[in-house]
Design a protein around this ligand. Structure first.
Ligand SMILES: Nc1nc2c(ncn2[C@@H]2O[C@H](COP(=O)(O)OP(=O)(O)OP(=O)(O)O)[C@@H](O)[C@H]2O)c(=O)[nH]1
Length: 212
């Protein structure tokens, strides 16, 4: 699905960000994904198929081509596959505030990532159903602090902007992490730290600096 309204730059200048939407069955992964893509809420989806979408939007004024993988676990033990995790630049971890098991499922997913240091964003969906709440907002916030990632409670059923913000925040984390790994690759290739390099360049070009 493509939304190219308002975006005039060449495709080649786009940053691509791959997001896998993961979480227990029925937490609202498709509802959140479709809300972001179309701004609409559709109550029931095909639960049998995993779907990949493409969606172009501006994030902080820059065009971003999102690739979104709406995963579809068969049961509470069906964790995201190695292929899914290695495909993704970032994971949107979704649980439902009215389903404590789905909160535990998110923890299982993150444990299964082992040392894989990828950008994450924790989303607590169905916050329109507070009367049935099983997971407090504080628990979500604490878990996100543990994972060093962003966190929001949202309702795909009712909100448009809050859902978009979740995808945009994850996108920002992906871009930051990409910049950091490019920088550390450069440092490794040069066999030096960037700040040492900066000193060297300055020393060569700045005649006002002392010679040693
Ligand atoms: N009240 C409420 N219901 C929601 C919300 N989001 C999704 N639902 C409902 O929750 C059910 C499951 O939503 P889906 O989007 O299909 O969930 P899913 O995580 O994609 O499910 P699987 O594909 O089976 O893994 C549907 O009946 C949705 O209408 C929400 O924010 N509030």
């Amino acid at each position: 699905m493509m939304n190219t309204k308002g975006i005039r730059r060449k495709k080649s200048s786009l940053s691509e960000v791959k997001v896998a939407v993961v979480g227990a069955p029925g937490v609202g992964k498709s509802a959140l994904t479709v809300r972001f893509l179309t701004k609409r809420y559709i109550g029931e989806y095909d639960h049998q198929t995993e779907t990949k979408y493409k969606h172009e939007v501006l994030v902080d004024g820059d065009p971003i081509l999102f690739e979104i993988f709406d995963t579809c676990p068969k049961n509470e033990n069906d964790l995201p596959s190695h292929d899914t995790v290695s495909w993704a630049d970032g994971l949107l971890l979704v649980y439902s505030i009215i389903d404590r098991q789905s909160f535990a499922f998110v923890k299982k997913i993150v444990s299964s990532l082992a040392n894989c240091d990828m950008p994450l964003y924790l989303v607590a969906n169905k916050c329109d159903m507070v009367h049935l709440r099983q997971v407090s907002c504080e628990e979500g916030a604490i878990l996100a602090r543990d994972y060093d990632c962003g966190f929001s409670e949202v309702a795909a059923a009712e909100q448009v902007a809050a859902v978009a913000t979740v995808f945009q925040e994850l996108c920002r984390s992906v871009l930051v992490s990409r910049r950091k790994s490019k920088q550390s690759l450069l440092e490794r290739m040069l066999g030096t730290k960037t700040n040492t390099m900066r000193l060297y360049v300055r020393g060569k070009s700045d005649s006002a600096l002392p010679k040693d």
